[in-house]
Design a protein. Structure first.
Lengths: 385, 385
């Protein structure tokens, strides 16, 4: 059901010719209210795509009527012509929906540098046909229209007493909020104030999408958006809403991880007993971004030396000669030295668990990543050609 | 001629059975004086191997009689037993050379976690046989004894008026001072004070090995050592010595880059018009470490969007919409937008030049890196098994 699971939303996905395959490539999600609240988090990359520059302006007043997304072109580094395209996309949607262009978010994904006249024409055509085909059942086709190298569409729904959160996501590489790129649209019919929606979205993304680091590369186009219709008429307990939203975001993050380009292992890096949560995240990321560790996991090699070498590059509080490392339940390193024989570790399952005990405090963080494989290199060396 | 090209040095390389291939795996370089000056720079990784912990103590008084190096085992994360092995290695060499163990540097390279009783026995045996076979012609076999996954031994010699600098290096991955690992021994018969040798080494490495970033991974075992015999009796002009040492280090850095594991392109990233040199280095490194850019180069794809996306993750002063990017002489991006068609760029040569013009100042830096290839993944997934 995707983004149309909650009441108050309509969606559509149409094929506008941006994808050479002829598959759907323009999605539209419209909030029918009564509330028109929007919240969004954007890539922290300083090189931001034109739709990000546009959407940052739109979100300022936290009022959003609709969001238009396209695959098949990132409209990034396409100059002022590209920015104008994002603007025209919003204007076209606003005109057809009879709302203000300043309340229309725009997202694009695909190859950087793509955004010429032909691209513009197809996107505007897609907006027109998308709005003409909006429906309360449009969530699934909308989710398909934002896929690029994704092998499956990603959606999630969490239902509570009288209110629902629905979502669609795309992303299969350059995952690290954010790059090739992560786009997420979340909808809810719970009745939230704008400030409540914004706070809840930031909390949920900080412990889900922000902790997914597939290849250490940060997108120019990433955007996670929450749209609130309030159509259920129910004000949720805010802690309940926080928990539900975090659960939904983590489910989507795991789906993105599971579909990461070329990956053969989904690696959960759990860092425990860190001095601070910041330390735990830094340590987890340092391992998640270490090509040697990631290549070793691809080779089913429990190379804990590369884990310690990665941790050693961080500023986290720890003593290298106190650290324990456990892989898939086998403690291969204790106090910075060899423990169980590496042969005991079974790395053949796709799900891989790495536990790092820093023995420096009581803070914890979990980072999700993937291995570095031949298929990753293949997909990313052949992507643009 | 390697490390025995300058006067006052003897070297040896012997097969002690650490390598399963039966090739030389223990090297010894001895300074016969009259000066016994040593300078060294070590990995900045906080997880340091036992030989690094030992050598940092030895170098404190800047007096070095000899250096012992082994391949076939990193003696890292091998506990207090491993530290004792480094200590015993120095003691064995000191006993045979009739000097103090506190003046013997020790370096190890190979798999992290390797350093048991068997390892220790073989290293000590190698020290004994190495010292028995020292000669003024031993530079080449010493260079061969420190190779791990290197496909060629790396040596360099720079000769000036009456004095000479010679060197051997190993490293073919985990290059970034420093990881599986970079070891360099430089010798000179120029007559230098200890402080002069130390300053010259730091200057030279900062613009050579420190700017080589093959895979972003930092070794636990890296060490670059300069030994000064003063045997030529000639005090060089210090600027001349600096220049000669920098030239030699850059030559070795390029040889390491050229032999990086699995690489098919040697990429020179030249960052110009940065606000500061620190900015230029940070921008160069951000691109050197971007897997998506590196995979694109492997695929002969001039994907400048990935260059800008990498730069956007830095704190450097720049406007993404002012940056120019030129690949192998073709400016594919100007002012953050498309310029020449990507089809004009020929990426088939191994030597690849990337020029990034930040237009934010007048500082410059050059970073050396490699592409991300199937062979890199293969070599690093199969290394330990």
């Amino acid at each position: 059901m995707s983004v149309t699971a909650p009441q108050g939303f309509e969606a559509a996905g149409v094929a506008a010719g941006l994808k050479s395959t002829g598959r759907p490539d323009v999605a539209v999600v419209v909030n029918r209210g009564p509330r028109k609240v929007g919240a969004a988090v954007f890539t922290s990359n300083r090189a931001k795509a034109n739709p990000i520059l546009w959407s940052q302006q739109v979100i300022a007043d936290r009022i959003v009527e609709a969001i238009v997304l396209n695959s098949g072109g990132a409209n990034c580094f396409t100059g002022s012509f590209g920015f104008q395209t994002s603007h025209l996309t919003a204007e076209k949607a606003a005109e057809l929906l009879e709302v203000s262009a300043g309340d229309i978010l725009v997202c694009s994904t695909g190859l950087i540098g793509t955004g010429d006249e032909v691209f513009r024409g197809k996107v505007l055509d897609g907006v027109e046909r998308g709005i003409a085909s909006l429906s309360a059942d449009g969530g699934q086709v909308a989710a398909e229209a934002i896929m690029t190298t994704d092998t499956v569409s990603k959606t999630a729904v969490v239902a509570r007493d009288g209110w629902t959160i629905g979502a669609m996501a795309k992303g299969a590489g350059m995952l690290a909020p954010g790059l090739a790129t992560m786009l997420v649209v979340i909808t809810t019919d719970a009745d939230l104030e704008a400030s409540e929606a914004d706070a809840a979205l930031r909390r949920a993304t900080s412990v889900s999408f922000d902790r997914l680091d597939s290849d250490g590369c940060m997108s120019t186009n990433d955007q996670v958006t929450l749209l609130v219709s309030g159509a259920s008429g129910i004000r949720p307990d805010l802690d309940d809403f926080d928990a539900a939203l975090a659960e939904l975001c983590l489910e989507l993050a795991r789906k993105l991880q599971g579909d990461a380009e070329g990956a053969s292992h989904d690696i959960t890096i759990e860092v425990v007993n860190a001095a601070t949560e910041v330390d735990a995240v830094e340590v987890g990321r340092s391992v998640a971004r270490n090509n040697l560790f990631k290549a070793a996991i691809f080779g089913n090699d429990p190379n804990w030396g590369r884990v310690l070498a990665a941790i050693g590059t961080t500023r986290a509080e720890f003593d290298p000669y106190a650290v324990d490392v456990t892989m898939n339940g086998i403690r291969v390193c204790s106090d910075g030295g060899p423990d169980r024989p590496r042969e005991e570790v079974d790395l053949t399952p796709r799900a891989t668990h790495l536990l790092i005990d820093l023995k420096a405090g009581s803070a914890t963080a979990t980072i999700l990543t993937n291995d570095l494989t031949h298929d990753y290199v293949h997909e990313n060396s052949a992507y643009a050609s």
